[in-house]
Design a protein around this ligand. Structure first.
Ligand SMILES: [Zn+2]
Length: 446
């Protein structure tokens, strides 16, 4: 029988008291159990791991979205087919009612920006455990009742609640900004959560007075939260912004009461690796490989995400030994690749450098978008405040050029050819905002 109080005690105890050895020991036992289970119950894993030493975790082959989707029917342990799950999701997408269970499971679908869709699939129990983890570990502000307005593009299993202490209302970002503002004014939530691009626009509405809500805390997820956007949202709403890091595959990290993003070490094992699949030291960026301890219906083992993160080498002042994610840099295909000055090799440049070099160049820039079309070509789309003189444009271009020259020089790479486009960059709320994009494939992950 599931014991709620024991679960609550465990969730807190692990976070507060476990040292590094406790965490490692627990993760070792969990991965052992998970691998044995997967090989026994999932046809896919029993074939995938054939010939591999199952006790040698760090040498097991990697999973990824393509493998997961291609083999979904053999991979899941409850006998559902990929086709029936996709059909169910497509039907739900028409009605946008994602709350219904399919054969006792919550099935959601993520729309990857590259168009390849991923299935997210959890049982009621798995969703319940994830909810409990959030409710027990998330640093909710002290108030009689939490009312969270939850802005999300696609339904994600594991959320949605209406209880005595917490009420969660889903707000669709598909509406116009005016409708979203109106809805929020009526709901008057004391907690607001959404992707940073939507929160950023709402901050403007708060500033001009059309949005009346005054949340106690704002939660950001789904996209990179850059430090300057965080500052703007915090200033305009006059409250803190914390991040939650979740992918379709796992609930990776939650903030602590000090606002730091801690890995959920007891439900997720993350490996941060370099392009040669060697672990990177804290403080250095690396790719995330995730193993989930909750999901048994679709086992997630050594699943390579497309994300690049840096683990904080400093421990958090809250006292927890759960690792802190210093920064989520973004998807691997948002990483700009420079051509090394000496040789043909490519050097990756974190998108944050590019972001900062654009924003810091002028206060006339309202919105921007950088697209890398080849290692030596960058298109910079700018939306400027109205009535900007030609001379200002020239100054902006000169400053951006200078900033980018510095960055590429630091990375020992050639400065790409820059092309400027002055356009209106109206944001589509239904899509992830990707200010930095690379639109040529380069397998620098492998
Ligand atoms: Zn902390």
């Amino acid at each position: 029988m599931f014991n709620l109080l024991r679960f609550l005690w465990r969730v807190n105890n692990r976070f507060k008291r476990w040292d590094e050895d406790d965490i490692k020991e627990y993760q070792r036992k969990q991965t052992d159990k998970l691998i044995k289970f997967a090989v026994k119950k999932s046809k896919f894993y029993s074939t995938f791991y054939k010939g591999h030493d199952l006790t040698d975790f760090s040498n097991l082959p990697f999973m990824n979205k393509q493998l997961f989707m291609d083999n979904f029917t053999q991979l899941n342990t409850v006998g559902l087919t990929r086709e029936e799950c996709i059909n169910h999701c497509l039907e739900k997408e028409q009605s946008r009612d994602f709350s219904e269970y399919y054969k006792g499971y919550l099935v959601g679908m993520s729309t990857g920006t590259s168009g390849n869709r991923g299935i997210e699939f959890v049982s009621k129990m798995e969703a319940f455990l994830m909810q409990l983890l959030v409710f027990f570990r998330f640093p909710f502000p002290k108030t009689r009742k939490i009312h969270l307005a939850f802005i999300l593009r696609v339904f994600s299993p594991g959320f949605g609640h209406n209880g005595v202490k917490i009420r969660i209302t889903y707000v669709s970002p598909l509406d116009t900004i005016e409708t979203i503002v109106k809805k929020l004014n009526t709901l008057n939530p004391n907690l607001l959560s959404g992707p940073p691009s939507v929160l950023h626009v709402l901050a403007r509405a708060k500033k001009d007075g059309s949005l009346k809500v005054s949340p106690l805390l704002i939660i950001s997820y789904g996209e990179v939260l850059s430090s300057n956007v965080k500052k703007i949202i915090e200033k305009d709403f006059n409250c803190s912004v914390v991040e939650v890091y979740k992918s379709s595959e796992s609930f990776i990290a939650l903030p602590c009461k000090h606002g730091k993003l801690h890995v959920n070490e007891d439900t997720t094992l993350i490996e941060v690796l370099d392009k040669n699949h060697q672990p990177v030291k804290p403080g250095k960026p690396g790719f995330v490989v995730v193993t989930d301890f909750i999901k048994r219906k679709t086992p997630i083992i050594r699943y390579k995400l497309n994300d690049l993160i840096t683990i904080d080498p400093q421990p958090c002042s809250c006292g927890s030994n759960f690792r802190v994610i210093k920064q989520v840099h973004g998807r691997a295909d948002d990483i700009i690749l420079g051509k090394k000055i000496n040789g043909d090799e490519l050097q990756f440049i974190l998108p944050d450098y590019i972001r900062r070099s654009i924003i810091s160049s002028s206060e006339h820039i309202e919105e921007y978008n950088v697209i890398q079309t080849s290692p030596v070509n960058l298109i910079i789309k700018l939306q400027l405040v109205t009535d900007v003189k030609e001379q200002i444009k020239e100054e902006i271009e000169k400053t951006i050029q200078q900033n980018l020259e510095n960055i590429f020089a630091k990375h020992e790479s050639e400065v790409p050819e820059l092309e400027y486009l002055y356009v209106s960059l109206k944001q589509d709320f239904d899509k992830k905002l990707r200010r930095i994009q690379r639109n040529f494939e380069e397998d620098f992950l492998n």
